[in-house]
Structures are given as structure tokens and as C-alpha cells.
Write a protein that binds this ligand. Structure first.
Ligand code: FES
Length: 504
């Protein structure tokens, strides 16, 4: 079998794979999970590695997707190992992972019997775990990592498509392995034995929980969008190093509004509010809930991976060197990068800022059309990074979906934005978003910037609140049952607003 030598961020290793395996499969065999944003469907061009040796010749499609990439770069899902070869991964750092925690005001009364428990938020992009000691309201250790399922696709739809084509088993195995090592690492870091863990609460959107429980998610993407389970119960995840450890999975609201939103509503405290509050979690899926004194409704809108940096020509996650903040100054585009490293691409928060700056400078018009003088490719200052007309269109689709969803919820309650007391943003993207830019491009309605707050990883906090208090566990069940889910796929008002909201 051919030997593949791998240089992963400077760490050398070797693995053997059968001739005919792709470089992505070779990396997987070597224990390295490379992001495959389109799930290896040969459409995104993001799975770039440096490779040499006995490899398949470059196809026309691979060449097209690589564009003007430097010599030696290949796409890992295209390129096939034909003999001994070597490859180097280009990931240069660690993503920003939101691992904050809002401690519950209630004194702990845990749902587990022993001394320690762990709450986990499985996001589509990141997985964050919080280790608790039973008498404490705040975690004693926190760890996060990118979701290992990203090798099957960047968003829920591409992962569901993978399951439909194969089975749910590889995705379940990937997240089970990741959970097992996350728990081991938390225990090790805190100096406690794995047997001392007696409680686990795992939240996530409805798809993430289906994948974790090994339920085929096909019905989540097909009308009438019926989940196989809405959870709100205990599961044996059969984690290798934690035999017998059962996990509580909080209740989802519907196929498209998950337990992560149940948990976010719980930890944000909006369920007890007498105000009109819109809670929005912007990610590959825009999940949102409108709370009013009269009732609560929720929905979800497929924004796609643009806000996470995928589907954008220079897009990347918020790693070192990602342009994360952009503004117009004296007629010029200015920017900063994550870690102040040399610019190598553009992450979601930088993308929103770029649109606002381009609008201000007249590089884009309200319809999203780029001025002819740029030839369809506008530079971000002297960074060497460009935003293309196609990127702008991708972004407009994502923005239209989120804003359209928000408008629908208000419309269903007969509310105007003037009557809305607050927009609460949760999740990673909301935390790094510049609300002034978001308002300038219409992602957030006019005059709402001053009434918009970001509350961090509210889903993770909700999972922790449930783990540490039986009363919160009961309250979360009430929240999930009380939210009326709106299906946007059949909503005529959404279709109208979606198109209008694509404009800047
Ligand atoms: S082209 Fe390889 S993952 Fe998309």
C-alpha cells in the first residue's frame, strides 16, 4: 500500500492507504480531520492542501476550482493517491471558539447523582464542553474544538445529504469519538478520574441530535419536516471511556428549531420577560424565536455557510490571518485580522463589515451590484484579499434568509420593529458581529442597533443550567412545548420578504 507522509501544521506523520484513496481519505486515516465544506461534492474548492508525489493528474474541474492558487496546491477530495506521496495541510491556527458561560442564578440541584457532570453544546461548526462540580453554578473547566463532522459538510443540509447517500453511522461515530475525547480531556485537565463523571447533558440543533443518537435525518430536510424524535430524554451514547454514562438530550421544538434554541431561551431568561424580544442564532442555519407576553413562536431559515466563511471565494473560518473587521476611512478600505497576522482570507464578521464599507464607498449599490470599474472583484485595501460579485450574491442570499425569517416572526405576531424591545444575538457569529455594519446592510432593521445585545454561547449555558438544576430541566421542557414553530417553506410572506431583504 502507498505511504502518505503528512505534515499537519509542522507535525510529521505517516499513514498507509490503498491506491485509489483520496487525499481527504488519507488525512482521515492519519487521524486528521480536514474541513470539507461541500462534503467532498467537488463544488466548493476549499479543501486545499499542498501535495506532491504519485498523485492523479489534475482534472479540468479541479483546475477551475483552484483558480490562481499557487503551484503544488491540490483539492483533497479530488486528488487520488496512486503511490507514495506527501502532503501538507494549510490550516494555520485555531478557530475562535465561543466558550463563555452565563452562570445560573439558582443554586445547583443537579440532574446527576455523583460529584461531576459535563454539559456539551454540539454546534454545526464547533463543539464546546463545560465540566461542572455538583455544588457549583459555574463550570470548573471549559474546552472546545471544531466539530469533527465538518469532513462530511459545512452545514446541516450537506451532512443530511451525506447520510442519505451513505448512512448516519460515520457521522454518529465521528461525534461520539469527539465527545469521548472531549470528556477525557476535560477530566484529565481537572485531575479527576473518568468514573467520577456521572452526568452529561448534550444540546444541539435537531439534526445534530439525530446524528448523535444515530437516527437517520432524512425526514428533517423533506416536507412535512417530521423529526424522528424531539428528544427531552436520556440516551446511552456508549462512549468508550465512559461506560454507563447516560446523556440527557434537551427537547427540540421542531425539525428545524432545535434543542440549542430551547437552551438559549432558557439561559437568556427571555421566557420570564414581559417584553417583546427576538432571539436570533445566526449560523449556517438561522434559528430564531420571538417572545411576546402573548406567546412564543420560532422558525429557522437556511442561510447556508456564507456567514461561516464558506461559499465565499476568499472565505475562511475565524483563524489566524482571517480579516475579521473592515471599515471605510478617508475613502479607503481598512481592516484588521485575527491575531493581527498577515491577511489570508475573510471570515463571517469581516464579510458583513466588507459589505457595509463597500456600500459606504459606493463600490456596491443597494441592489448589490459592484461598480463596473472593479471588473467584478473588489480588493480589501492592500490585503491582497478580494471580494467578488459572486461572493456578494452569496452573501445577499444568506442575509435575505435571516432578515426574511425575522420579519416573518414579527408579521405573525402583528408587531413592528418599533414595538420590539430587544434583539438578542446568540452564538459565535452574533458575538463577533458589528451591529452597526449589520444595520447598515439591513441584516438588522434601522434603529435596532441600540436595542441589540449579544449574549455569547447561550445554548451551552442552557445545557449547563439544565445539567446543574432539575428545575431548569423541567422549565426547558415547558419552553420547548410552548414555542409554536413556523414553517417558512410554505410561508408566502417569507418568500416576498426574502427577495426584498436581499437588497442592502
Ligand atoms: S471541493 Fe473538496 S470539499 Fe468541496
Amino acid at each position: 500500500m502507498p505511504t502518505v507522509t503528512i505534515d499537519h501544521n509542522g507535525q510529521l506523520s505517516q499513514t498507509s492507504v490503498a491506491a485509489g484513496a483520496t487525499l481527504a481519505e488519507a488525512l482521515h486515516a492519519g487521524g486528521i480531520e480536514l474541513s470539507l465544506p461541500c462534503g467532498g461534492q467537488h463544488t466548493c474548492g476549499k479543501c486545499r492542501v499542498w501535495a506532491q508525489g504519485r498523485l492523479s493528474p489534475m482534472s479540468e474541474r479541479e483546475r477551475q476550482l483552484l483558480g490562481d492558487a499557487p503551484q503544488g496546491q491540490r483539492l483533497a477530495c479530488f486528488t487520488v493517491v496512486e503511490g507514495d506521496c506527501s502532503l501538507r495541510t494549510q490550516t494555520g491556527g485555531t478557530d475562535r471558539i465561543l466558550a463563555d458561560y452565563r452562570a445560573d442564578a439558582l443554586p445547583p440541584a443537579p440532574i446527576y447523582p455523583g460529584a461531576y457532570g459535563v454539559a456539551v453544546d454540539i454546534g454545526t461548526t464547533t463543539v464546546v464542553g463545560y465540566l461542572f462540580e455538583r455544588t457549583k453554578a459555574a463550570p470548573i473547566a471549559v474546552q472546545g474544538a471544531l466539530n469533527s463532522q465538518r469532513t462530511f459538510g459545512a452545514d446541516v443540509l450537506s451532512r443530511i445529504a451525506y447520510c442519505n447517500e451513505h448512512t448516519v453511522a460515520p457521522l454518529q461515530e465521528a461525534i461520539r469519538r469527539q465527545l469521548d475525547s472531549l470528556l477525557q480531556s476535560l477530566c484529565q485537565g481537572a485531575g479527576i478520574a473518568p468514573e467520577a463523571l456521572s452526568g452529561l447533558c448534550v444540546t444541539g440543533n435537531t439534526t445534530m441530535l439525530h446524528l448523535l443518537a444515530g437516527l437517520e435525518p432524512r425526514s428533517l430536510a423533506l416536507a412535512p419536516f417530521t423529526p424522528q424524535s424531539v428528544f427531552g430524554d436520556w440516551h446511552d451514547l456508549a462512549l468508550p471511556h465512559f461506560p454507563g454514562l447516560r446523556a440527557y438530550l434537551p427537547q427540540c421544538i421542531s425539525a428545524y428549531v432545535g434543542a440549542d434554541i430551547t437552551c438559549s431561551v432558557l439561559s437568556s431568561g427571555i421566557a420570564a420577560s414581559d417584553k417583546n424580544v427576538l432571539l436570533v442564532d445566526i449560523g449556517t442555519n438561522g434559528e430564531m424565536v420571538l417572545h411576546t407576553p402573548e406567546g412564543v413562536i420560532g422558525t429557522s431559515t437556511a442561510a447556508g455557510p456564507a456567514f461561516e466563511g464558506s461559499g465565499i471565494s476568499a472565505g475562511m473560518s475565524a483563524q489566524s490571518g482571517a480579516i475579521s473587521s473592515v471599515w471605510a476611512e478617508k475613502g479607503q478600505v481598512r481592516f484588521t485580522t485575527v491575531d493581527d497576522a498577515p491577511p489570508v482570507g475573510l471570515c463571517g464578521s469581516g464579510l458583513v463589515d466588507s459589505m457595509a464599507a463597500f456600500l459606504e464607498l459606493g463600490i456596491l449599490d443597494k441592489r448589490g451590484r459592484m461598480a463596473d470599474s472593479f471588473g467584478g472583484r473588489a480588493p480589501l485595501g492592500d490585503s491582497g484579499v478580494f471580494v467578488t460579485q459572486k461572493d456578494v450574491r452569496q452573501f445577499q442570499l444568506a442575509k435575505g434568509a435571516i432578515r426574511g425569517g425575522m420579519d416573518v416572526l414579527l408579521h405573525h405576531c402583528g408587531l413592528s420593529y418599533e414595538a420590539l424591545d430587544q434583539i438578542v444575538l446568540c452564538g459565535g457569529f452574533g458575538s463577533y458581529l458589528n451591529v452597526t455594519s449589520a444595520q447598515a446592510i439591513g441584516l438588522i432593521p434601522p434603529d435596532m442597533a441600540g436595542r441589540t445585545v449579544a449574549i455569547g454561547n447561550a445554548a451551552g449555558a442552557g445545557a449547563g443550567n439544565i445539567l446543574q438544576n432539575t428545575a431548569r430541566q423541567a422549565q426547558a421542557l415547558q419552553i420547548a412545548s410552548a414555542v409554536r414553530a413556523i414553517d417558512l417553506s410554505t410561508d408566502a410572506y417569507f418568500k416576498k420578504r426574502y427577495v426584498e431583504a436581499m437588497l442592502f
